[in-house]
Write a protein that binds this ligand. Structure first.
Ligand code: NAG
Ligand code: NAG
Ligand code: NAG
Length: 225
């Protein structure tokens, strides 16, 4: 669970690590050097290492998944939020003006996701998760993440666009990629599963993030009037 959880919060970083690490490092190196701070890139690198350790340290290691999840929803929530916030601060100098929404996007999505998944002390979410075993999917465990990356990553505008040196991650493009990814996840499982109990489970990851996108579009419209 934690893998998917992180994949979605630090979406781009996770995809990137899997596929395009060198290209992306080069990209950020160049990006971070544009601002005034010559250490911006090395600070970003150390923060990206720190965030993994920080999150791991704040997720209680319990054999019982329900207990772990409950702890994330209660005592770990604020600390994990701070871990991510620390990374985002280090991104700030490496962002173009059109990308300044990104920290709010990540933190807002984080809040929305945990609000959704932690409803009713996480009972609803864990039930959905338990229902997954009725889906009867023909996929070997351990192959799901690579398979999704292989199938879905090429559909994202983000991956193609990253190859351009003047790439800018615009909010509308990011939001549309997340929608694409949700539909791709649903297709991947639909093709391989007999029962659609996975649908709601997938929704609990994507809807909170897409809700942020909708909130922003609404706010922007209100601002224009
Ligand atoms: C997320 O929730 C925390 C705690 O309720 C709040 O302090 C923070 O401002 C929220 N962040 C965003 C981006 O909405
Ligand atoms: C799951 O799929 C297998 C193989 O297709 C089938 O034999 C089995 O009856 C299915 N189980 C359920 C609970 O549908
Ligand atoms: C899917 O699984 C649920 C939960 O076990 C069950 O109630 C439902 O009948 C199943 N639907 C199909 C189409 O197999």
């Amino acid at each position: 669970m934690l893998k998917i959880f992180l994949l979605l919060f630090i979406t781009s970083i996770a995809l990137i690590n899997a596929n395009l690490e060198d290209a992306v490092n080069g990209f950020f190196e160049q990006r971070c050097s544009k601002g005034g701070n010559p250490n911006a890139y090395s600070e970003l690198l150390s923060a990206s290492i720190r965030v993994k350790i920080c999150v791991e340290n704040n997720v209680p290691s319990s054999v019982n998944e329900a207990e772990t999840f409950k702890a994330i929803c209660t005592e770990s929530y604020d600390n994990i939020y701070k871990c991510v916030e620390d990374l985002l601060e280090k991104f700030e100098p490496c962002l173009e003006p059109e990308e300044k929404y990104l920290p709010d996007f990540v933190l807002g999505s984080f809040n929305n996701t945990l609000d959704e998944q932690c409803k009713d002390s996480g009972k609803f979410f864990l039930e959905q998760r338990a229902n997954l075993k009725h889906a009867n999917c023909s996929v070997a465990s351990g192959t799901i993440t690579p398979m999704i990356l292989e199938t879905c990553a090429p559909k994202l505008k983000l991956i193609e666009a990253l190859k351009k040196t003047d790439f800018v991650l615009r909010q509308d493009e990011l939001c549309s990629d997340i929608e694409t990814m949700k539909n791709c996840f649903l297709d991947v499982f639909e093709e391989r599963c007999e029962n659609d109990t996975y649908t709601q489970y997938i929704e609990t990851f994507f809807s909170p993030v897409l809700d942020w996108c909708t909130e922003q579009r609404t706010n922007n419209k209100l601002g224009e009037n």
